[in-house]
Design a protein around this ligand. Structure first.
Ligand SMILES: [Zn+2]
Length: 465
């Protein structure tokens, strides 16, 4: 029964492909995509909240001191910061973040992002300020690509950049915000004091922090997950650092950093890190939006003869006029298609996708998409078959898929293991087709809801082993 349904669906897709997509099989002449735009031109915290936070951190330190629980500062020691984020074990993208905003060293604040009143440590303008007089005081590490998919699946983790003592926690606030309206001063965050007395703030976390105030943490220890709590336009970590005297520092050392003469990083990343974070295939174009409801990954690694495949590259720091060479290879390694892309400008976050209607009579098996960028070759595999794909996954996770949030677009979740869902599936402009296809089991947890107009199918073992 279940298998019949899968076959029926496949036939249907085939019929559609045959009728709509005719002869033209070489449409890789046009790149769609461009910048992944953010509009953060408001401070993560109000000046009042920032002041209150500093005062509360100060009194918290005093209290810990009085209680004999404060770890002594080691005068003269310098902290060395490791990256405050890491890729979760189930994150399949090769790279998973990019930096949007550095600390703003220009005292002018006009409400601009990447503008003339902005100055980053490297004398560029990759930061922002607000007309209320705020100059960005931290570094924003943003999840990229598919920040909401990463948020829903806990794919970007926050870790302690340096060992220390947790001296404050804010938690319990909404963590899927898209703007600052009513969201000021309600972020989830952890504040850690290091051995030298310096303090790091980790802001915009997902709620449900499991750490406690007073607890000691090791460098690299898990703190939580990147979210979009507080005044935030998308899931990212705002990382802000103060020295032992309470003065703001910029952990990046550079010519235009007047706050501190040296980098605080163990290994400072280059100003530009041009690379492909992910090379992926999709059954429809990727859609970005905020919050999770408006982002559609459309992942697929399973294609049939005649179907349209969307091949997408997601870049961090794509340099102006930099070249990417892309290729499709058959299972035997022979070249099926190749094309070039030249970036029209610099982008900190960008994505480009191309589509091709796959041929009708080619060898079944594992095909490869390749992309050369800045001397590195990136690879992604997909299956091309007239039959059933082996269990190719829409959301490939090691142990299963936890689904939450709202959904109003057609989507198929196919995993080899189990699916647990708390999703609310609501109708969009037309009826919605949502398919859960799990190899082992499907659990509909409290919170799962189907609204009218939705076509929903749950399949267990619907794909070949
Ligand atoms: Zn920030």
């Amino acid at each position: 029964m279940i298998r019949l349904f899968t076959k029926f669906l496949m036939l249907l897709l085939l019929l559609i492909s045959h009728s709509l997509l005719s002869q033209d099989q070489h449409q890789i002449d046009h790149a769609n995509g461009g910048a992944y735009a953010f509009t953060q031109a408001a401070p993560c915290l109000s000046a009042a909240k920032r002041g209150a936070l500093k005062a509360s951190i100060k009194s918290r330190i005093q209290k810990l001191h009085q209680d004999g629980k404060l770890r002594k500062s080691l005068a003269g020691s310098l902290v060395s910061l490791d990256p405050p984020i890491r890729k979760a074990a189930n994150q399949t993208s090769q790279h998973f973040y990019a930096i949007r905003n550095f600390v703003d060293h220009d005292p002018l604040a006009t409400g601009s992002q990447f503008g003339s009143s902005n100055l980053d440590y490297n004398c560029g303008v990759r930061t922002y300020d607000s007309s209320s007089g705020y100059n960005h005081q931290g570094t924003d590490f943003c999840s990229w690509p598919f920040p909401w998919h990463a948020y829903e699946n806990d794919l970007m983790e926050v870790v302690a950049a340096a060992a220390g003592q947790i001296i404050g926690i804010d938690d319990g606030n909404a963590d899927d915000n898209c703007d600052c309206i009513n969201n000021f001063d309600s972020w989830n965050a952890i504040y850690i004091r290091h051995a030298d007395g310096s303090v790091a703030w980790y802001g915009h976390l997902k709620k449900g922090i499991t750490k406690t105030v007073g607890q000691m943490v090791q460098q690299g220890e898990y703190l939580g997950v990147v979210g979009s709590s507080g005044c935030s336009t998308d899931p990212h970590l705002h990382f802000e650092v103060y020295d032992a005297g309470g003065s703001l520092i910029d952990p990046f050392g550079g010519n235009c950093n007047a706050m501190n003469s040296q980098s605080w990083w163990t290994a400072q990343e280059n100003y530009y890190v041009p690379r492909i974070n992910a090379l992926l295939t999709h059954y429809l174009p990727p859609i970005f939006g905020c919050p999770a409801l408006n982002e559609s990954t459309h992942f697929s690694d399973c294609f049939h003869p005649g179907e349209r495949i969307y091949i997408a590259a997601y870049f961090r720091d794509q340099l102006s006029a930099s070249l990417t060479n892309l290729r499709i290879r058959r299972p035997n390694g022979s070249l099926q298609n190749s094309w070039n892309h030249s970036s029209p400008q610099y982008y900190s976050f960008s994505y480009w996708y191309w589509y091709i209607d796959l041929p009708f009579s080619e060898a079944s098996g594992e095909w490869t998409v390749e992309a050369d960028y800045q001397g590195v070759t990136y690879e992604h595999k997909f299956e091309y078959t007239a039959g059933e794909c082996s269990c190719q996954t829409e959301h490939a996770l090691t142990s299963g898929t936890r689904l939450s949030g709202g959904l109003s677009a057609a989507r198929k979740y196919e995993v080899a293991g189990e699916i647990e869902s708390k999703q609310t599936i609501s109708t969009g402009p037309s009826s919605v087709d949502v398919i859960y296809d799990a190899g082992q089991s499907i659990s509909l947890l409290s919170g799962f809801e189907l609204r009218s107009g939705v076509v929903f199918s749950a399949l267990v073992g619907g794909c070949s082993p």
